[in-house]
Design a binder for this molecule. Structure first.
Ligand code: 5GP
Ligand code: MN
Length: 323
């Protein structure tokens, strides 16, 4: 976790000096990953650069409405002057396209807002106080004095809305709202963005919650639930993108930490953590090989559901004790 103070001028020079630019973000992309990636690609294309935006995984259906999301590719095979990694706290999170980009780019910019960022890359724009990577892209565009198109404003607002859960998380400040206001002044439609992200779900997700709710338990200020592969299949889903359950569980008054265990293939379990203000689940996820924010984090660990729960729940209780 050693990253430099934001290097705005170095980032601006690297962008000006580059003609071919690869922009990557994290696997299992969320609204901020896609918003910050497209915020960069749309801006760089308007500057006349040759730009590729790439993420290993498909864009989840619920984010297909995002303008220009169909321009994101899943494989890359060119040479680049510059790679920009957005919203990814470590190199592994950028997947195969990130590996490829590091080997085929002269310079790497690491633009991120996770306090667990490992400090990879040549030029750092790591701002842990930013509520979303999109906010840092917004600041970079302004720092460089570039125009912001309507599409750019729209995609950046998607990341701001989704990472702040509609400006409800503790990290939201007056500055967050000022950035959102500036994006709205560029015609980004806040109610529509909220309507298509936070206020939108398929019935399959309700079926999944019906299956999962019986597993939910509150145990000494830690609330947790388990999503099995069978639950996912019986709900008619092939993949779960829903971080909604863990965020929902942390709203329980008696809970300080919420945990959702998601069974994966290959004897792995994906874990999502959320916490109330003053309790640090970011360091917990980092110690398990993942990362995230103080109050929202995640990781994937090896083992069966029972093994992983037996190992991780005492660690979640430790966060409550130390908080
Ligand atoms: P979620 O629970 O919504 O999947 O993730 C919450 C936060 O934790 C996000 O900021 C996400 O980037 C981070 N996160 C989730 N899983 C991982 C992981 O496996 N590795 C890292 N480095 N961060 C993760
Ligand atoms: Mn983010």
């Amino acid at each position: 976790m050693s990253y430099k103070m934001p290097q705005w001028d170095d980032a601006a020079s690297a962008i000006h000096n580059a003609q071919t630019i690869l922009v990557v973000s994290h696997i299992s992309p969320d609204g901020d990953a896609i918003g910050s990636l497209l915020g960069m690609t749309t801006t760089l294309k308007a500057l006349g650069k040759t730009v590729v935006g790439a993420i290993d995984d498909e864009i989840p259906n619920y984010l297909a409405f995002v303008p220009q999301s169909d321009t994101i590719v899943q494989t890359v095979n060119d040479e680049f002057d510059l790679m920009i990694s957005v919203d990814a706290s470590d190199e592994e999170r950028t997947g195969n396209v990130g590996d490829y980009g590091r080997a085929h780019s002269k310079t790497v910019i690491n633009l991120d807002h996770h306090p667990t960022n490992t400090g990879f890359g040549d030029i750092h724009l790591v701002v842990p106080t930013a509520v979303s990577a999109c906010e840092i892209v917004f600041d970079l565009i302004n720092h460089m004095g570039l125009d912001m198109s309507e599409d750019t404003a729209y995609v950046l607002l998607v990341g701001m809305v989704t990472d702040t859960l509609g400006f409800r998380v503790d990290s939201t400040t007056a500055r967050t709202l000022a950035v959102a206001q500036a994006l709205m002044e560029k015609n980004a439609p806040l109610p529509q963005v909220i309507g298509r992200t936070l206020n939108s779900k398929d019935y399959e997700n309700v079926k999944l919650w019906k299956a999962v709710y019986p597993s939910v338990q509150l145990d000494d200020q830690v609330i947790y639930g388990t999503i099995t592969l069978k639950d996912v299949e019986s709900a008619g889903l092939d993949k779960v993108y829903d971080g909604g359950l863990v965020s929902h569980l942390i709203t329980v008054n008696q809970a300080r930490v919420s945990v959702v265990f998601k069974e994966q293939l290959n004897n792995q379990v994906e874990i999502s953590f959320r916490s109330k203000k003053g309790y640090d689940v970011g360091s917990l996820a980092f110690s398990l090989g993942g990362g995230g924010h103080t109050q929202a984090s995640g990781c994937t660990v090896n083992g069966t559901l029972d093994e992983v729960k037996a190992r991780v729940l005492p660690m979640a209780h430790q966060v409550v004790t130390e908080g």
